[in-house]
Ligand binder design. Structure first.
Ligand code: JFT
Length: 402
């Protein structure tokens, strides 16, 4: 339960197949509902239609195969969900998650972030998809954060299966849903290797033996064997996880040289395209500049690159403007975020500030909440109405040595 005694996480699901979500009454998630940790409510989209046939779809403008879900029932359903906020959700609004084949892939990192939200709403579409104006209505009229998320790179017929998977992945991370916190950390994907094989009684079954080492009582030997098994399995099934940049190897920070320029250019594009989407603009120098601009910037700024297992995994650059030490282009490859790498680069950039500096400054997108959170933790404060800050960005400063 949350501090106010209400459920830790409220979940609303809208679907034309509410029975599909009945599985949420079972097992772990059902138990969490019974225990008052999760408050899951399923709504039938057809209850928000007004015609005799309870119509939710129509033909696509511009032609094309199949049908499109109409905006009106969706808008009324979302209005209804948002209007449900009770006393313990005060002025809260749900974060709206919409499964879609063109969404960002759902990951454990995403599950971890969503498990911190007090309120999630899921919109399960069918047919070819949902009228785009529903997303606009949710964002602009209802003021919701909207995330389009795909369960993975394969084709489903609608959002329901994706929501079952996501609610299970998110729900089990809510404190109290799983009794034993250890069973949360020890699992696959949390430390980058797959699990070791499991055996239970009897010792011999159908003529098949349990590996003798597991019966030896030698705990060190068992741990070594299990680790070997994990490595062998990961190599066979998920070789992508074994790249040196994914291990616990050293991150090396070094001054950028001209040979880093092509990789730096790709890194900037990968990082700022996400920033651009988040802040709804493509007018960002990091996206429009070319190799020559990146090469030239090595002479006008001090650029630092972070490498792990030989791979370029992050960068930052600094420049002095009078008594201000400006930090720019702080970025980490998308697959290695949330591991303190950005913080390390930031601290490196701060540590290289010369004597006589009175402020350290940086800019970020006003909507880049993860960046803003890290900068605040590092002591930066937003400067309101700072001059020369691009639209959609904010300027932050701190004093050196804080
Ligand atoms: C699929 C989905 C997929 C996939 C929502 C809605 C309609 C069917 C579809 C499939 C491909 C192209 C439409 C959905 C998903 C995934 C989510 C819908 N379809 N156009 N979630 N996760 N991997 N595929 Cl609405």
């Amino acid at each position: 339960m949350s501090e106010d005694g209400g459920p830790a996480l409220r979940i609303d699901v809208v679907s034309i197949f509410p029975d599909y979500l009945a599985a949420l009454d079972l097992s772990l998630i059902g138990k969490a509902r019974d225990d008052g940790l999760l408050d899951v409510r399923v709504h039938d989209l057809r209850d928000f239609t007004h015609d005799r046939h309870r119509t939710v779809d129509d033909t696509p403008y511009g032609g094309g195969a199949g049908m499109v879900m109409k905006a009106q029932p969706w808008a009324e359903a979302l209005d209804h969900v948002v209007a449900q906020r009770g006393s313990n959700l005060a002025d809260a609004r749900p974060h709206l998650v919409v499964p879609g084949p063109g969404g960002a892939p759902f990951t454990q990192a995403m599950a971890r972030q969503l498990a911190h939200e007090p309120w999630l709403a899921f919109a399960c579409g069918r047919y070819e998809g949902i009228d785009e104006r529903v997303y606009e209505h949710a964002r602009e009229t209802l003021g919701l954060e909207v995330s389009v998320v795909s369960l993975g790179d394969y084709v489903l017929n609608g959002g329901e299966v994706a929501v079952l998977a996501m609610v299970e992945a998110i729900g089990r991370l809510v404190p109290g849903v799983i009794g034993n916190a250890e069973s949360l950390v020890e699992e696959s994907h949390e430390d980058g290797l797959l699990e070791y094989p499991l055996y239970t009684k009897p010792r011999e079954w159908n003529g098949r033996q349990v590996p003798p080492i597991l019966l030896s009582g030698n705990h060190a030997a068992i741990a070594a064997w299990r680790h070997e098994q994990r490595l062998a399995r990961t190599a066979a099934r998920r070789p992508d996880l074994l790249h040196a940049s994914h291990g616990d190897g050293e991150v090396e920070i070094a001054a950028a040289t001209p040979s880093d320029v092509p990789e730096l250019n790709v890194l900037f594009k990968a990082c700022w395209v996400q920033e651009a989407l988040l802040n709804d603009t493509l007018d960002i120098p990091a996206l429009t500049e070319g190799l020559d601009d990146v090469r030239a910037s090595l002479d006008t700024t001090q650029t630092w690159v972070a490498r792990k297992g030989g791979r370029l995994v992050g960068a930052v650059r600094t420049s002095r403007l009078g008594d201000d030490w400006h930090i720019g282009r702080l970025c980490v490859v998308p697959d290695l975020r949330g591991r303190g790498l950005g913080r390390r680069l930031l601290e490196h950039a701060e540590a290289t500030a010369p004597d006589g500096i009175r402020t350290i400054s940086l800019d970020t997108g006003a909507l880049s909440t993860d960046n803003l959170r890290m900068y605040r933790k590092s002591g930066y404060r937003v400067v309101p109405d700072a001059p020369d800050v691009p639209a959609g960005a904010v300027h932050l400063t701190k004093r050196p040595g804080r």
